[in-house]
Design a protein around this ligand. Structure first.
Ligand code: NAG
Ligand code: NAG
Ligand code: NAG
Ligand code: NAG
Ligand code: NAG
Ligand code: NAG
Ligand code: NAG
Ligand code: NAG
Length: 368
């Protein structure tokens, strides 16, 4: 930390202040953002700066929608949620090592971003997508960002520091889990090539499209707006409910709910226990899997945490691997788009299996 502090102090002394409410393209290591300065993204969609929520006197660094009236200012990201600056002396800077640091008046580091890749000549920029990025000055290839706020989401779209987190889990086939502290309460289900199997309400719509990227380098879910004049955000509240909201500009401008996570008992993680099967409209919802039953149980997909996947395997190869391994419990297509491709094998207990309309087939012992 000492060398960082020394470096900080030297760049602090020769810093040039950005000046209030400017659409600056980038912030370099010789500049700083002080409380009162506002940075606006090039297209004018988002603004970045210091703020105090409600009647609080604490100061936070965050990003908000720039086109929404200041009375309804809506934040999409906050840097120092846990460590506010207690007065208006905060200064945000970029170091040579490509780290953001937030200093108070006595030059103590209040918050800093995590070092990811070493940079040379790093600059910060607020993109029109709301992503606050650090990159090398001469490199604006998105793949090469040194750091980006999209990797550290707060309450909007992805995890927050709070009781609940919604995050991508890469054990087995990647899927999203909503956890209360460490307890799993909801599972998105796996991406089946079209959508998340456990979230049938997220389907094609006129506002946004979405995709899931899974390759050897990265795994993420992404959505794109189909109409750039629509303002929408996905937020998780303090009770763990995910909502997609849409901004309606009009006589009574407000955020209206476009979609919420359907919450039934079957959405509760492992509600029916191991080898249980949950069916929303059945009473009771739970029934048992017939492990060696004569039929192919239709339309359910268990938790993939204890699974292995191989997107280039054929069904025949999957079956062979399945038969060879006695701890293997089931297998299925990992991608149901088109004729179906990719294979997924489950090991150990099968949990969180649901019957869903337009779901997918799961193959078990006895079904072969
Ligand atoms: C919000 O307030 C700032 C500073 O007073 C002003 O520059 C900006 O235009 C306002 N934004 C909106 C959308 O009214
Ligand atoms: C700056 O932060 C440090 C560490 O949190 C704290 O000890 C110090 O009192 C703060 N200075 C002011 C002026 O708030
Ligand atoms: C930053 O790095 C520290 C130490 O490796 C880690 O504990 C922390 O979770 C990281 N923070 C984020 C936001 O990833
Ligand atoms: C979603 O829409 C964007 C913008 O129109 C387009 O570039 C992208 O290819 C679409 N993605 C998918 C998965 O359809
Ligand atoms: C993964 O990263 C490597 C090295 O940067 C690159 O060569 C490869 O094409 C990437 N693969 C994918 C699927 O993006
Ligand atoms: C885009 O959205 C705006 C605002 O809701 C609407 O007025 C406009 O008609 C939409 N454009 C298209 C092509 O759907
Ligand atoms: C995936 O399956 C293909 C086809 O059987 C095989 O060549 C490849 O080695 C497998 N990949 C892994 C990581 O097991
Ligand atoms: C069965 O699969 C599990 C999980 O991949 C593996 O640990 C085990 O070695 C396999 N057993 C055999 C006999 O291949």
């Amino acid at each position: 930390m000492d060398s960082i502090t020394n470096l900080l102090l030297s760049s602090f002394l020769c810093s040039i202040l950005v000046g209030s409410t400017t659409a600056v393209k980038t912030i370099s290591t010789t500049q700083s953002v002080k409380d009162g300065d506002t940075i606006v993204s090039i297209g004018g969609s988002f603004a970045h700066g210091f703020f105090s929520p409600g009647s609080s006197k604490n100061r936070y660094v965050g990003i908000w929608y720039n086109k929404i009236s200041n009375d309804s200012r809506t934040f999409v990201w906050v840097a120092n949620r846990e460590t506010p600056v207690t007065d208006s002396s905060g200064v945000l800077m970029v170091t040579q090592q490509a780290i953001f640091v937030l200093l108070n008046s006595t030059e103590s580091i209040i918050w800093s971003s995590n070092l990811t890749k070493p940079g040379k000549n790093p600059v910060a920029e607020l993109l029109d997508s709301g992503n606050f990025v650090l990159r090398n000055a001469d490199d604006d290839n998105p793949e090469n960002y040194l750091w980006q706020s999209f990797d550290y989401p707060t309450d909007t779209f992805l995890p927050a520091q709070g009781d609940y987190t919604y995050s991508l889990d890469s054990h087995g086939f990647p899927q999203y889990f909503l956890r209360k502290d460490t307890v799993k309460v909801f599972r998105s289900g796996l991406w089946n090539g079209v959508r998340f199997s456990g979230m049938p309400t997220i389907s094609s719509n006129p506002i946004y499209n979405f995709t899931f990227v899974l390759n050897q380098n990265e795994t993420y879910f992404n959505y794109d707006l189909l109409n750039s004049s629509v303002v929408t955000r996905m937020v998780m509240n303090q009770d763990g409910v995910l909502r997609r909201m849409k901004w309606i500009e009009g006589s009574s401008t407000s955020w209206v709910e476009h979609l919420t996570t359907e919450m039934t008992n079957c959405n509760t993680f492992a509600f029916c226990g191991p080898y249980g099967l949950c069916t929303v409209n059945n009473s009771p919802e739970c029934s048992c899997l017939q492990r060696f039953g004569p039929k192919f149980p239709k339309d359910w997909v268990p938790d993939t945490e204890n699974s292995r996947f191989n997107v280039s395997m054929t069904l025949k190869e999957c079956e062979t691997m399945f038969l060879k391994n006695s701890s293997c419990m089931a297998y299925a297509n990992s991608d149901v788009s088109g004729e179906g491709s990719g294979r997924l094998l489950w090991f150990d207990e099968l949990v969180d299996i649901r019957v869903i309309e337009n779901g997918q087939d799961l193959y078990q012992n006895g079904c072969l």
